[in-house]
Design a protein around this ligand. Structure first.
Ligand code: NAD
Ligand code: UDP
Length: 338
């Protein structure tokens, strides 16, 4: 029996494939490489010594999905494939709704035709909008998203919830990630953004390596301890092991399960800058800049449900997140292009 990992060549997917292989699972990856490099899967092999069966193709392509389900004994799908650039989604909403929503509908339709009714979906804390409570539990109502990317996560959660309600044979796990950073501790795998990064940590590492001149900190007048926004950063290896733990909620009769994957600790943008400087013994060039549209002041999880029900808890702290992000960047200045 194997696990289909859609988007398995990407940042979180590739780290999860490592943890799945280390846990003894057989893995099949489907990825159209629109935002990744197949070298990530070569690195998976270097790290684990194990093979991954790779199909280059699209979740919107029914033929390739049928071929995968015919050629492999798939028991469950971990579904990472999706477009994720918040700013781009504002300018290309149709592309985002088609790729993420129509893609997921196509995937689950072909899964059910093949009799496979177990899925773990990559959702996001963005579905909480400006959260009604802090720390955020899974009972916190979903909020109003500020961009089409967020709405795709919000709607796919709803689609999978409705599907499970209509057909209780489905087992669905919605994992709401907080802010994934870090990289594989070997420095062989990490985040490989196209162009100028939007997210904080890849921006910081590119300033550190001299590709970008300085970090702009978006807003220092929020109602937070130091005025900069607070987020729940989580090491990508912890996120990866969270998926392995979540597989147990795909046992027959599990139904629908929702978990936050975070550490439960909030760090401000300035905390991240200072921890990065300390962990890597360097100074970062940064300036204060106006607020960025759509940012909420604070977003961090109550991560206790995953600990209680999955026996999963984040192991890595902010030091390791900063150390491993930099280790990846300095060992691979051009990502997988080197
Ligand atoms: P990523 O872009 O590195 O990985 C996504 C992968 O999906 C890429 O390899 C891409 O080529 C592939 N893909 C995209 N559309 C596809 C399609 N139609 N068919 C086949 N493959 C396709 O992103 P990531 O950071 O690893 O994120 C993985 C998932 O987690 C995404 O769904 C993302 O929205 C979600 N997520 C990410 C974050 C984050 O901050 N990184 C936070 C919350 C949720
Ligand atoms: N941020 C920043 N400068 C940057 C990128 C991000 O100050 O160049 C801030 C951003 O305003 C937010 C935090 O860092 O408060 C995390 O942003 P990111 O885009 O990484 O994740 P988000 O929480 O928005 O998903």
């Amino acid at each position: 029996m194997a696990i289909l990992v859609t988007g398995g060549a990407g940042f979180i997917g590739s780290h999860t494939v490592v943890e799945l292989l280390n846990a003894g699972h057989e893995v099949v990856v489907l990825d159209n490489l629109c935002n990744s490099n197949p070298k990530s899967l070569e690195r998976v092999k270097e790290i684990t010594g194990k093979e991954v069966k790779f199909y280059e193709g699209d979740i919107l392509d029914r033929d390739i999905l049928q071929k995968i389900f015919r050629e492999n004994d798939i028991e469950s799908t971990i579904h990472f494939a999706g477009l994720k650039a918040v700013g781009e989604s504002v300018h290309k909403p149709i592309e985002y709704y088609e790729n993420n929503i129509a893609g997921t509908v196509t995937l689950v339709d072909e899964m059910r035709k093949a009799g496979i009714k177990n899925i773990i979906f990559s959702s996001s804390a963005t579905v909480y909008g400006d959260p009604a409570e802090i720390p955020i539990t899974e009972n916190c109502p979903k909020g109003v998203c500020t961009n089409p990317y967020g709405w795709t996560k919000w709607m796919i959660e709803q689609i999978l919830t409705d599907l499970q309600k209509a057909d209780p044979e489905w087992n669905v796990v919605l994992l709401r990630y907080f802010n994934p950073i870090g990289a594989h501790p070997t420095g062989k795998m990490g985040e490989n953004p196209n162009g100028i990064p939007n997210n904080l940590m890849p921006y910081i590492t590119q300033v550190a390596i001299g590709k970008l001149e300085k970090l702009s900190i978006f807003g220092n007048d929020y109602d937070t301890p130091d005025g900069t926004c607070v987020r729940d950063y989580i090491h990508v290896m912890d996120l990866a092991s969270g998926h392995v733990a979540a597989l147990k909620k795909l046992a027959p009769g599990s139904g629908l399960s929702i978990y936050n994957l975070g550490t439960g600790i909030g760090y401000s943008v300035l905390d991240i800058v200072h921890n990065f400087e300390k962990a890597n013994d360097m100074k970062l060039n940064y300036v204060m800049a106006p607020r960025r549209a759509g940012d909420v002041p604070q977003c961090y999880s109550d991560a206790s449900k995953a600990e209680r029900e999955l026996g999963w808890k984040a192991k890595y702290g902010i030091f390791e997140m900063c150390r491993d992000s930099w280790n990846w960047q300095k060992s691979n200045p051009n990502g997988y292009e080197d």
